[in-house]
Write a protein that binds this ligand. Structure first.
Ligand SMILES: *Cc1c(COP(=O)(O)O)cnc(C)c1O
Length: 568
């Protein structure tokens, strides 16, 4: 049908970028958090830089979920249905995979990411909601991170195995397969099958599997030191569901003897493996000894994560910044007063939104601290409430707090965190104003990260592999106040680009020390600088732009993937 639209993309070999979730914009809710937004930023930078890429993901027609929160802070999850035909074009082609001994047909939709300067990257969205499929199989591509292990394995079969087959069917020639996290690792098995050596009699059956060839084609990025973030499937499940491709003993050789570990499978069949920050590389190296793990620190897409008002300011003083964020090195050209004025305009927009949404009555001039990210235990959204009395003594009348974030539907402690913030808010009786905004998504993220004065991050070390929201904040001159973990170890210069919380990077997190340091700095450094030393504050805002946005952007990141992973 519409495959002619693909013609310009299938002439030259491409990098195939596989990701379970991709976050391009709020209206396409096929992402849950940092991993998906990073994937979107990766693709956008590839388009800007004319990197020949094609991305593959699942359609997830019912999205992740839309979040409502009741008066007590209980999260309510509503399917976030969207209409693919509003944004995507169906491609006529079909491929199939076998799941539970049934043939499952897979269709494809096309979205083309277009750079403002002309480059394009196609994204292929895989869809099993097709009439000839068994009722159960039609739901495989409905929910992002929904269902049980069996559901997840089926999704990963469609993504990894179905994805490789679909690229082939559409006529793509692929020179590298980049697995963004282990969800797509099954693609390695499909490649093993495809490049099986044609030898009739071999003394060792394993010789028919050309692992070296597959390795040369594959790049693997690991994204989290959190154990639960690495998918593992029991071989009973694998045997029941995944009934083809290659023999079980070969799968075990690469994916682990006890369970099918998707990270291990990716590691064993990739020639280049990386973590997403320097510290994360070290942590991953300890988790997976014997593999050579590199580091490419994450970045964010500058144009996407700069508020319109700041875009206009940068356009005036630093033309070309969006496609060459290194130009931020000349941030000194912009007068401090103009940075502050634009910041205040953006802040007013946010405060007006918060007041409309929640009625908490925040004001424009109070130091406003933001905390928005997935609500999950290690992120410790409530660390600042360790000693509420002390926080009141320090912050009453001087700070206000804006929160947002979804908890995964099965993350009970994550949901408890949201309730806890509502309880503290109740306790405070408005002495420190707190707002929890519902349904955190990309457009709300841009509003919050750009509109607060300070971006707070208090993860438990070493679980923040990178983190990216603080980089977004810096693109808008917002100052980071954060635990030394992930990217912040590389971006932090105390009192110059922002402030740290707690001890040095290699010590385990001590919640008492962390909260104590947080209160101390808030009281003796951050609050006084904000209210009494505007000059120093705006100087730091400019440092954030000139030293953080300058480096922590996805253009720099993609240039590194090209030179270090893709063309090796
Ligand atoms: C950037 C972003 C994230 C990632 O935030 P971290 O603080 O780095 O975990 C999550 N969700 C949304 C909607 C984002 O835009």
């Amino acid at each position: 049908m519409e495959t002619t639209m693909l013609e310009s993309f299938i002439k030259d070999p491409r990098i195939a970028y596989f990701s379970m979730e991709i976050g391009l914009r709020s209206e396409i809710p096929t992402y849950s958090g940092g991993l998906g937004v990073l994937a979107g930023d990766t693709i956008k930078s590839a388009a800007d830089l004319n990197i020949p890429m094609v991305a593959v993901t699942l359609l997830t027609k019912k999205g992740y979920f839309r979040q409502e929160i009741d008066a007590e802070g209980n999260q309510i999850e509503i399917p976030d249905e969207w209409h693919p035909s509003d944004f995507l074009t169906p491609l006529g082609k079909r491929v199939s995979v076998f799941i539970e001994e049934r043939e499952v047909k897979i269709g494809a939709w096309l979205y083309i990411v277009e750079s403002i300067i002309g480059g394009k990257v196609p994204i292929i969205y895989l869809d099993t909601d097709i009439e000839d499929n068994h009722e159960e199989d039609r739901g495989i591509t409905h929910f992002l991170y929904g269902g049980d292990d069996a559901y997840r394995l089926k999704q990963e079969i469609v993504l990894g195995i179905g994805g490789v087959r679909m690229l082939d069917e559409l006529g793509f020639e692929i020179k590298k397969y980049h697995m963004n996290e282990g969800h797509s690792s099954l693609l390695t098995l499909e490649l093993l099958r495809r490049y099986k050596r044609d030898i009739e009699e071999v003394w060792d059956e394993r010789l028919v599997w050309d692992a070296e060839r597959v390795r040369r084609l594959c790049v693997f990025t690991t994204h989290t030191p959190v154990e639960a973030g690495h998918d593992k499937f029991s071989y009973d499940l694998v045997k029941r569901i995944m009934c083809e491709v290659i023999p079980l003993d070969v799968i075990k050789e690469f994916g682990g003897q006890e369970t099918l570990n998707m990270t291990l499978l990716g590691l064993n069949l990739s020639h280049y493996i990386n973590g997403v920050a320097k510290r994360h590389q070290e942590v991953s190296q300890d988790m997976f000894p014997g593999y050579e793990i590199h580091a490419i620190t994450n970045g964010v897409h500058s144009y996407t994560w700069t508020h319109d008002r700041f875009k206009r300011l940068y356009d005036r003083y630093l033309p070309g910044w969006a496609n060459e964020p290194e130009i931020f090195v000349r941030i000194g050209k912009i007068p401090s007063e103009e940075i502050w004025d634009v910041h205040m305009e953006v802040k007013k927009e946010l405060i007006d939104y918060v007041n409309r949404e929640t009625g908490v009555g925040m004001d424009y001039d109070t130091l406003t601290i933001g905390f928005a990210r997935r609500a999950t235990s290690y992120k410790r959204a409530d660390l600042i409430f360790t000693d509420v009395e002390r926080l009141l003594r320090i912050g009453e009348g001087k700070i206000q707090l804006i929160y947002a974030g979804k908890a995964h539907p099965k993350d009970t402690p994550g949901k408890e965190l949201i309730r806890r913030i509502f309880q503290v808010k109740e306790m405070m009786q408005g002495r420190i104003k707190i707002a929890y905004l519902k349904n955190y998504n990309m457009s709300l993220a841009l509003q919050i990260i750009a509109g607060v004065d300070v971006w707070l991050n208090t993860p438990q070390r070493p679980y923040e592999a990178s983190g990216t929201s603080g980089m977004k904040a810096a693109h808008n001159g917002v100052l980071n106040f954060s635990v030394l973990d992930g990217w912040w170890i590389e971006g932090h210069i105390e009192g110059i680009t922002g402030w740290s919380i707690g001890g040095p990077p290699h010590e385990p997190s001590d919640p008492i020390q962390d909260s104590d340091d947080l209160y101390n700095k808030l009281e003796t450094v951050i609050i006084p600088t904000f209210y009494e030393n505007r000059h120093q504050w705006t100087k730091m805002m400019k440092n954030a732009i000139g030293m953080i946005a300058y480096y922590f952007n996805s253009h720099r990141m993609m240039r590194r993937y090209v030179t270090e992973a893709y063309i090796r």
